[in-house]
Write a protein that binds this ligand. Structure first.
Ligand SMILES: [Zn+2]
Length: 175
């Protein structure tokens, strides 16, 4: 059984908690092959005080735009999944963020990613968590409703850690 993955929220008062199920759903879309395209979806869970608990996520759907270096969540099924979660939980579970993949070992957000994320927190008016899944690790961050957050946290997958450290002796890895 995998442990939950967690990282501090942007303001560092709380934690982003990623349940093992979410991690497992995402890992199926790691861009390990040469023709792989980016994948993504929404994060579903609860805002618990300063913490963001992610308990589920959607996966790429038919009408999403998927390219080797781009993902645009266009399918209405993602929002439908959020509404279903809200309805089934009397509003305690809902939209808490976004995830997508990058074709790089330990990913960093692009300028477009950061701009999209700031727009999303302004629209939702509450904190959101953001996850980018790379081939050897992941990036996590959260932004508050004003678009403020930390620089984010990078983690590498256990089986890739030695390789990542060898290639990036100065990389900032957070346990
Ligand atoms: Zn990106």
């Amino acid at each position: 059984m995998l442990e939950s993955i967690h990282a501090p929220t942007g303001d560092e008062r709380g934690l982003i908690l990623l349940r093992p199920r979410v991690f497992q759903l995402m890992m199926a879309f790691r861009q390990t092959g040469p023709v792989a395209t980016e994948a993504g979806g929404v994060l579903i869970g609860s805002l618990r005080g300063p913490h963001i608990e992610v308990i589920d996520c959607t996966q790429p759907m038919q009408n999403d735009l998927r390219r080797s270096h781009a993902f645009d969540r266009r399918d209405a099924g993602h929002v439908a999944a959020i509404h279903a979660a809200m309805k089934g939980s009397a509003g305690t579970i809902g939209y808490v963020g976004e995830w997508h993949t990058h074709p790089e070992p330990v990913p960093s957000p692009s300028g477009q990613d950061s701009a999209n994320w700031r727009n999303l927190v302004r629209q939702t008016k509450h904190s959101l968590a953001f996850v980018i899944l790379g081939t050897d690790g992941l990036f996590m961050n959260s932004l508050d409703e004003r678009g403020k957050g930390s620089a984010g946290w990078k983690l590498c997958f256990p089986e890739s850690c030695n390789e990542v450290l060898r290639k990036n002796p100065t990389i900032n890895l957070t346990p």
